[in-house]
Design a binder for this molecule. Structure first.
Ligand SMILES: C[S@@+](CC[C@H](N)C(=O)[O-])C[C@H]1O[C@@H](n2cnc3c(N)ncnc32)[C@H](O)[C@@H]1O
Length: 281
């Protein structure tokens, strides 16, 4: 989940040169993200310790949730399957990125299922834990389609064969994988879809990229639609949404308490927040 930059200046230049040689367009799109990181600052959110009950309230779903056991079972299944295939699972095991947090995965499954979502978009796939949880919810509801926009790790190409490893063949008929950065792929996808019921951001967690994705999705978020945004504590992009009268928001702790994710639910169209969110980024 974290996008931290590691290594010496020389190492980073060499790494960038390799990424540029492999895909010049994506490498150049990444440069402003790196530059904008200097303007990022963490936000001291008030964390909602009762977030799961409040999420179900926002979704109009019963609490305690009758789906809780299935979510726990699915988490164990995914962990065991990845382990059996000799793949890593957890924090900072996909390069400097991490697999999904368990609380976020559960929140995504409940949101897709209880909202009976038809059109779901996510950014950032890696091994596909969130993808698996969203598709499992669609299988349970017998409805919905998922579009995933993902730039496979730009600096650690040996990880590319692991993309979507957690997603079994039997769930893939509802899934469209779009390779490329969200800058490059998301606007066209959103124009084609026209409306999104549920959006999950778990790609590049810079303020600039998170703000861009949220603003783009807000344009087409269905009334009552939900955005789940991972890793909001290290930058300011989520903060304007918490002040918006147009949306209900939750700030939720990761299961391992190492980070936060945010939830936005908008009763009506939320275009007003767009400019604010862009400025913050
Ligand atoms: C935190 S991981 C995603 C974890 C995943 N959601 C899961 O369920 O385990 C971030 C993913 O986003 C990809 N990524 C990085 N920059 C991106 C960008 N600009 N647009 C789309 N995907 C990006 C990374 O290569 C990686 O696959």
């Amino acid at each position: 989940m974290a996008h931290g930059s590691r290594g010496s200046g020389e190492h980073r230049v060499r790494r960038f040169a390799r990424a540029f040689a492999a895909d010049p367009v994506e490498a150049l799109l990444y440069l402003p993200e790196e530059a904008a990181k200097r303007r990022e600052h963490p936000v001291d959110y008030t964390v909602d310790e009762d977030w799961e009950a409040h999420l179900h309230e926002l979704l109009g779903a019963p609490w305690p949730c009758p789906q809780a056991d299935r979510a726990a079972e699915l988490w164990a299944e995914v962990a065991a399957e990845l382990r059996e295939r000799g793949l890593a699972f957890g924090r900072h095991t996909y390069g400097h990125y991490s697999d999904a947090d368990e609380s976020l995965a559960r929140a995504v499954r409940c949101t897709v299922l209880h909202r009976r979502a038809e059109l779901v978009v996510e950014t950032g796939v890696a091994r596909g834990v969130i993808t698996r949880f969203a598709l499992d919810a669609m299988a349970a509801a017998d409805r919905g389609r998922l579009w995933s926009v993902d730039l496979p790790h730009p600096f650690e190409r040996e990880l590319h064969t692991q993309t979507g490893a957690a997603v079994p063949d039997c769930l893939r008929h509802r899934w469209t994988y779009l390779e490329g950065s969200s800058r490059r792929r998301l606007p066209t996808l959103l124009r084609q879809l026209g409306q999104v019921d549920v959006f999950v951001h778990d790609s590049l967690h810079t303020a600039r990229n998170t703000g861009f994705e949220m603003a783009a999705v807000a344009e087409v978020l269905a009334p009552g639609g939900v955005m789940l945004i991972d890793d909001i504590s290290t930058h300011q992009a989520f903060a304007p949404w918490t002040r918006s009268p147009a949306a209900d928001t939750l700030v939720c702790p990761h299961a391992d308490r190492q980070g936060l994710f945010g939830v936005v639910r908008a009763e009506t169209r939320v275009r007003a927040v767009r400019a604010e969110s862009c400025r913050a980024a």
